[in-house]
Design a protein around this ligand. Structure first.
Ligand SMILES: C[S@@+](CC[C@H](N)C(=O)[O-])C[C@H]1O[C@@H](n2cnc3c(N)ncnc32)[C@H](O)[C@@H]1O
Length: 230
């Protein structure tokens, strides 16, 4: 069991919260092996150069690469504030972020999180984790390449969590954009972590001609974010 992150206080479903704490513990125990896998890339990262994802990806197939509790709770609160009922998640991994999104959809009165994951073992374990959290009725986890699995989206999308590997983030956004309602949000955390690998994504999403208005989240404004829950 991992330490209780203060942000998790916002999650009132104590059963799902316990599952999250357990999974965050497992994810954080991979931090050292993850750092080892990225260590050789440090010079490129420091120089702001793109990373060789084709070489890195096979080494990440057993890694959680999960949102930390603060980012997960932020996604939950954002989806609650938007009253999101249909959420798409690119990059489900073991389902940590999916649990936060499914909680939001359930607490908004019901709906669906369409998740997608290309590693079959991860997709299977994500389904188990969502069931353990009591949220399997609110997810549709699709196994395979997002560019195929997300072709069939039935109904308007409120929120896209774009959390897969960099070279797919822009194609996924372009695939989803026609399904996103006016005011829908797209969040791509990796664009800040690996900006050089998201140059095309950032240029496209920041160009109002493409139908989006966009900015990098400003950390100075990252004060207390609250929603009125009831
Ligand atoms: C950063 S992890 C996602 C972490 C997850 N959102 C969480 O917070 O728990 C990215 C995941 O995207 C998956 N992925 C990468 N490219 C993909 C693709 N083209 N289609 C489906 N899944 C993909 C990877 O296998 C990996 O598990």
């Amino acid at each position: 069991m991992a330490a209780f992150h203060p942000a998790l206080q916002a999650i009132t479903d104590t059963h799902a919260r316990d599952v999250l704490i357990h999974l965050h513990g497992k994810a954080s125990r991979q931090n050292i092996s993850l750092a080892v896998r990225f260590a050789t890339q440090l010079p490129r990262l420091l120089r702001g150069r793109p990373l060789p994802w084709a070489r890195l990806e096979p080494k990440l197939s057993e890694m959680y690469l999960a949102l930390d509790p603060a980012n997960g709770v932020f996604c939950y609160l954002l989806a609650r504030a938007m009253q999101a009922r249909r959420i798409v998640e690119f990059g489900t991994s073991f389902g940590v972020s999916t649990i936060y999104l499914a909680l939001a959809v359930r607490d908004n009165g019901g709906g669906i999180v369409i998740g997608t994951e290309m590693v079959p073992e991860k997709a299977a374990q994500a389904r188990t984790n969502l069931r353990d959290a009591g949220l399997d009725a609110f997810v549709d986890i699709r196994e395979g390449n997002a560019l195929e699995t997300l072709r069939d989206i039935d109904g308007p999308v409120d929120f896209l969590l774009n959390d897969g590997f960099p070279h797919f983030t822009l194609p996924v956004l372009k695939l989803l954009a026609p399904h996103m309602r006016a005011g829908a949000a797209a969040l791509c955390g990796n664009a800040a972590a690996f900006p050089a690998d998201h140059a095309d994504y950032l240029a496209w999403v920041r160009d109002p001609a493409n139908g989006f208005q966009s900015m990098k989240l400003a950390m100075k404004l990252a004060g207390e974010f609250s929603i009125k829950a009831v």
